[in-house]
Ligand binder design. Structure first.
Ligand code: FMN
Length: 183
């Protein structure tokens, strides 16, 4: 069984998850024949080059950070080029209270997959957001202290601040192992 992994991570959360998944699969005997980091602004040629490398493996694992409810264009382009592949998708996003939210994001992201590719499984978890985001929410609340939505956003910033946790990493690794190896 061979795997490849391509990861698009802006601030490191998804990269952290990718390391946990890779270690768990390697420990289970999976060989990685291609691993790459994809930047948000990767051009078409770079993305196609990574897709070609990734497609040499039996299963392709693609990591993405959630950008405005979906993935970045570079991940969308990559997914559209994974012809005939089994693909495991994993991602991190700022909100994480319920699985239906994750499902919506995965539906949007996986709609970019090549028509002849198969979604072998997916896993998502919450990922911390930077201090600038917190400052923005605090400034918004200062203007409108009773705004329930702004309060929720700030509460969520605190809820996210320690994610991905060890438990998140273990869950994501277990989901990847199940999708790739069936155990
Ligand atoms: C520009 C921008 C847009 C974002 N959009 C969303 C979003 O729509 N939904 C969400 O839950 N999180 C959103 N987030 C939060 C990130 O998806 C989250 O912090 C993620 O873990 C970042 O992953 P990374 O550290 O691998 O880059 C956004 C963050 C940024 C910077």
């Amino acid at each position: 069984m061979t795997c490849s992994m391509v990861v698009n991570s802006k601030s490191g959360n998804t990269r952290m998850v990718s390391g946990a998944i890779k270690r768990a699969l390697q420990a289970a005997g999976v060989e990685f024949i291609h691993a790459a980091a994809l930047s948000d602004g990767a051009d078409q040629e770079q993305v196609m080059c990574e897709a070609q490398g990734a497609c040499a493996a039996d299963v392709v694992l693609v990591g993405f950070w959630c950008d405005k409810g979906a993935c970045t264009p570079s991940v969308a382009t990559l997914l559209s080029a994974l012809h005939g592949k089994r693909v495991f998708l994993f991602g991190t996003c700022g909100f994480g209270a319920d699985r239906s939210y994750f499902q919506q994001i995965v539906d949007r992201v996986s709609s970019n997959l090549a028509e002849d590719a198969e979604l072998a499984g997916w896993a998502m978890c919450q990922g911390k957001m930077g201090p600038a985001v917190k400052q923005r929410y605090e400034a918004m609340l200062e203007q409108e202290p009773e705004n329930a939505r702004y309060k929720m956003l700030l509460d969520n910033w605190f809820a996210a601040k320690d994610h991905p946790t060890k438990e998140d990493l273990d869950n994501m690794a277990a989901a990847a192992k199940k999708a790739v190896l069936g155990d």
